[in-house]
Ligand binder design. Sequence first.
Ligand code: F6R
Length: 243
Amino acid sequence: MAIQIIKANDYEELSALACKKIADIITQNPSAVLGLATGSTPVGLYKKLIESYQKENLSFKEVRTVNLDEYIGLPKNHPNSYHTFMKNIFFSQIDILESNTHIPDGTATDLEEEGLSYERLIQALGGIDLQILGIGHNGHIGFNEPGTSFHEQTHLVELTDSTRKANARFFPSLNDVPKQAITMGIGTILKSKEILLLASGSSKADAVKQLLSGEVSIDFPASALKNHPSVALVADKEALSLM
Ligand code: F6R
């Protein structure tokens, strides 16, 4: 299926378009299940959603969320865990119930069981209505690095050097970036009813070009999205500059 392309002039507009999409879903279905991402790209979207909560009475009281991934070995309250990121940047500023927010546990002793139980959880919630994704420079989605089967469910991954370097900006030093993560698999992501992929800035232009004009291949994980019936890419001019 072709990926629908939604063009934005800049990051501000990209964030507003993604916010509108989520607000529409919540208005139609107040207990929608949202799949959420971390990283820099969705930060503007979360800011806009907080504004909608504050100024337009958009309520998250019944919304359920499942995040894509978490680093292995970082306790939930670690300053660099995705639990902390989501809490600080989004959850603590809206009316969502903490018990309705879910992120894989990177400190679980049995990580295989943690992956299976995350899959059971998503199923028990009724599946993901809308999954938000960013894209890595190497085409990763979630932490599914090149070479990952499109059928994988939530699982443990070794992070590539390029991903660790790209994420080092959030940590005191590269050495502090964990080498492993637990992530929804591409199979998990493809089960979402709808997917919104966000790409901003010239550093994502190569990945966007590869996604839109390259083959479907496990060497470029985001290409799996072409096998999904309802994917929209919201990208700004810079991210689309090579198209
Ligand atoms: C985040 C995630 C990653 C990021 C990707 C892009 O939960 O799963 O796939 O979406 O690494 O990151 P940014 O947005 O920081 O460029």
